[in-house]
Design a protein around this ligand. Structure first.
Ligand code: HEM
Length: 454
């Protein structure tokens, strides 16, 4: 079977590579106002078969939360087919959102996550193109309320940060590793991942997703139809404290690696935290220096680094995708969760060690067919690295996780040939908002606009 790409939102299938994006959040005031907006959006929604060469001036995708489906008055009998974690508010305990990352502080306190009903992701080739499509969407949204979360009371805008492709705040290169999705039912190649881990409506015994259709239950069949060709998108608005991170590298780098020059020590510490040098070179392929011939490589594992001397066990990429790393019995169930990652940095670049109080960080979208089995499993691993018997400290954390997680250790172990080094991690990343969206199939968007699921 092949998927109907005209029914799947393009964001799921493609890395657009557009220089600027804007995420418009809306609260639906009443079903007719919401349906009017969807009527406008559905035909403009970029699907996965839209040609991207040459690139259109702008692209548009749409997500709806569970409370958004309720606000559209979708039949509760259909809604109960959605999984509990999608029906519930994002869970701070599972994601490790404590202290200033607590949901009470999200969206700069301007609204609650429950009020987020709909997102329009806009991508522009130029600021003018982005502004034009933004104005058109805002006009069509008349009668609904736009939620403006930034300190300045604006929509979240993200885009390219510098000249290095995929550059993020903290200076790392992103966008190298993605699951290689097999978009049809042909036999999987060793590195490929079945599309059922990302696309709803094709549940099997082995790879389940909800809503699920049961022959004896017509409501479940309607619910499955509503979900079909959609995906769940976890939208994470993350703040990165660049000044703190830079101060940490400067103070801890030379302590950890006294034999190196201060600059080299900082750079090596940055690489040890991520598992890649800041240019993208994987540490297990080149442990001593970045190498531009290797900086987009993704064909590696950790089997030859059993002591973590090349890549520390708790490095971000060794935790968020342990690849061939041994897993404990419980974690083996379902294996290593994979998510399609989309997103971009927001806010201006900061160099130096003094904070300027400006908002900056990462807008991350994590796409999956099960928030529970994929996204939550990953954040669980990030907040406590207790999924592999090979990991010496089961309380260690991913450097990008939250330090207030109960029973977690801030000590980050860096094994080397001449002994262990340890640095004490700080809270480099704060969560500023999280919402779970369904990126529905394009036909579903149209049907929602027509009130066919009420
Ligand atoms: C501000 C926070 C974050 C930053 C700065 C960040 C940065 C990065 C970077 C630089 C990479 C390596 C580039 C690549 O392999 O393509 C990466 C990979 C990855 N990140 Fe993050 N990340 C952040 C948060 C998260 C979160 C919250 C999750 C998941 C819940 C996550 C999941 C992943 C995954 C799955 C990979 C791919 C690892 C691999 O396949 O080797 N990241 N991240």
């Amino acid at each position: 079977m092949s998927l109907d790409l005209t029914d799947i939102q393009g964001l799921i299938h493609h890395v657009y590579g557009y220089p600027i994006t804007r995420h418009l959040l809306f609260s639906i005031s009443n079903p007719p106002a919401g349906m009017r907006l969807l009527k406008f959006l559905a035909p403009l929604t970029t699907h996965a078969a839209v040609p991207l060469d040459p690139k259109p001036e702008s692209l548009l995708n749409v997500g709806i939360t569970y409370s958004g489906l309720q606000a559209l008055e979708v039949n509760p009998q259909f809604l109960k087919g959605f999984p509990l974690e999608f029906r519930s508010e994002p869970d701070p305990l599972t994601m490790g959102d404590f202290g200033s990352s607590d949901p009470v502080n999200w969206w700069n306190g301007k609204f609650t996550t429950r009020q987020v009903h709909l997102v329009v992701h806009l991508y522009g080739q130029s600021p003018e193109a982005l502004d034009e499509v933004t104005a058109a969407v805002r006009a069509a949204a008349d009668g609904n309320r736009e939620l403006l979360p930034t300190k300045a009371g604006e929509a979240i805008e993200a885009g390219r940060l510098g000249d290095i492709p995929g550059e993020l705040h903290f200076g790392y290169r992103d966008g190298i590793s993605q699951p290689t999705v097999r978009w049809d039912d042909a036999p999987l190649q060793p590195t490929e991942v079945n599309y059922r881990h990302f696309i709803l409506g094709y549940s099997t015994n082995e790879i389940q997703s909800a809503p699920m259709a049961f022959a004896s239950d017509p409501d479940s069949r309607r619910a499955a139809e509503l979900g079909r060709n959609g995906t769940y998108s976890v939208f994470r608005w993350l703040y990165q404290d660049v000044a703190l991170f830079n101060r940490f590298l400067i103070s801890e780098g030379p302590n950890a690696f006294p034999d190196l020059s201060p600059t080299d020590a900082e750079e090596l510490l940055a690489a040890k935290l991520m598992g890649r040098w800041r240019d993208g070179t994987p540490l297990v392929m080149s442990p001593n220096a970045p190498n531009q011939d290797l900086n987009t490589r993704n064909d590696f594992g950790y089997a030859n680094d059993t002591k973590g001397r090349q890549c520390p066990f708790s490095a971000h990429i060794r935790v968020s995708n342990p690849r061939d790393q041994e897993l404990d019995v419980i974690s083996q169930m379902g294996g290593v969760p994979r998510v399609i990652r989309r997103g971009a940095p927001y806010g201006p670049k900061l160099t130096g060690t003094v904070d300027d109080q400006v908002e900056r960080g990462l807008v991350g979208m994590f796409l999956c067919a099960s928030i529970l089995r994929q996204f939550y499993k990953l954040t669980g691993w990030m907040k406590a690295n207790n999924f592999s018997p090979a990991f010496p400290n089961q309380h260690s954390q991913d450097p990008l996780a939250n330090r207030l997680t109960p029973d977690a250790s801030s000590e980050f172990l860096i094994p080397t040939a001449t002994g262990n080094r340890t640095v004490t991690l700080r809270d480099f990343v704060t969560t500023k908002g999280t919402a779970f969206f369904l990126l529905p199939g394009v036909r579903t968007l149209q049907k929602l606009a027509d009130g066919q699921y009420q």
